[in-house]
Write a protein that binds this ligand. Structure first.
Ligand code: ATP
Ligand code: MG
Length: 321
């Protein structure tokens, strides 16, 4: 099975990205054909500082490698190193009804938040569709926030195939219910653009500070509490096995559990879980040329797959004369 997914290098990696998509994706490399990329074109819809984007791209690559992505067992590259994806975006644009994009929640949410919409933000799902279709992906592991974009990709692929024959594989989303939407500090979806994240690779002090900022209800320590209504629990449970989860739920129900106490435990859990990866990430970032070498080799492999598709599409659409 061919699995593809990407992440924007638009800010620090957070628990939502990790549990929503990365953890599962990295596990796929053992049995499946994994395509994994850094979506730097996409990040440009929210980031204009070139230096920040360039640095973020190296860091995003280091994140994946530190967490165990093996560039030998997967195809791992930076989106803009295979610029052919932009040509496919254009070709797909002609099969993308305006209404399809106008209905996208992600676009509407950003506009509602006061972001001035431009064409890049509007066309974001078409570029994402091109990423998916260019590599003939069968499955796309994502968080629930990307579900609608996957439907857009399917719609466009079907429309295109109806016109030209079976060119594209129709992709399926791969979303796990229990990690579909990881809540952030304020209970909304954890998101780089909402500034409500808990980040993976922080020093102790700023990490503890983030955890302590998780919003909780004003309930006295001695009162019993409902874990399912608690943001601390909703994040903590991601780290627990079944028995540990039941034990924590029992402590909530019994009363006498303070939010400060449980936040401190959560902080220690996050720190201990990611400490080895943090070290590895530092080592990787100390040698950026090695990261560049890995990414260049990945781009070369990705490009060979891309051309297999693009050649067919160019021919069908009349660009080969
Ligand atoms: P932005 O706010 O800039 O969109 P983001 O935090 O949503 O950033 P992305 O790079 O857009 O991060 O997403 C990378 C992947 O992580 C996607 O597959 C997305 O579905 C997933 N993801 C992001 N946030 C969450 C979350 N809170 N819960 C589950 N999955 C998430
Ligand atoms: Mg997002």
């Amino acid at each position: 099975m061919r699995v593809l997914s990407g992440i924007q290098p638009s800010g620090s990696l957070h628990l939502g990205n990790y549990f929503g998509m990365m953890q599962k994706m990295i596990a796929y490399q053992r049995q499946e054909e994994l395509f994994c990329f850094i979506a730097n074109y996409h990040a440009q819809t929210s980031l204009s500082d070139g230096k920040v984007l360039a640095r973020g791209t190296l860091e995003a690559a280091a994140n994946f490698l530190a967490l165990g992505l093996d560039p030998e067992k997967s195809v791992f590259w930076v989106q803009s190193d295979v610029p052919e994806v932009q040509e496919l975006t254009w070709l797909l644009s002609n099969f993308t009804p305006m209404g399809l994009l106008e209905r996208c929640h992600s676009y509407k949410d950003k506009v509602a938040q006061g972001i001035k919409p431009n064409h890049g933000l509007f066309a974001y799902p078409v570029l994402m569709t091109a990423d998916i279709l260019l590599y003939q992906s069968e499955t796309v592991p994502v968080g629930k926030d990307q579900k609608q974009h996957l439907e857009v990709a399917r719609d466009i692929a079907i429309k295109f195939n109806n016109e030209y024959g079976d060119i594209f594989t129709i992709p399926e989303p791969d979303i796990d219910d229990n990690v579909a939407t990881i809540p952030g500090l304020d209970g909304r979806k954890m998101s780089k653009s909402y500034g409500n994240t808990i980040d993976l690779f922080l020093d102790d002090k700023p990490l503890r500070k983030q955890v302590m900022r998780i919003v909780t209800a004003p309930i006295a320590v001695e009162e019993p509490k409902d874990p399912d209504a608690c943001n601390v629990y909703k994040i903590y449970r991601l780290f627990l096995n079944k028995e540990e989860d039941e034990a924590l739920r029992a402590r909530y129900a019994a009363g006498g559990l303070g939010f400060g106490e449980v936040k401190q435990e959560l902080f220690e859990k996050i720190r201990d879980t990611f400490a080895p990866y943090t070290e590895r990430r530092k080592e990787l970032l100390a040698d950026p040329d090695e990261i560049r070498r890995i990414l260049a080799a990945g781009a070369e492999r990705a490009r060979a797959f891309a051309w297999k598709t693009l050649r067919k599409v160019r021919k069908k659409t009349g660009l080969v004369y």
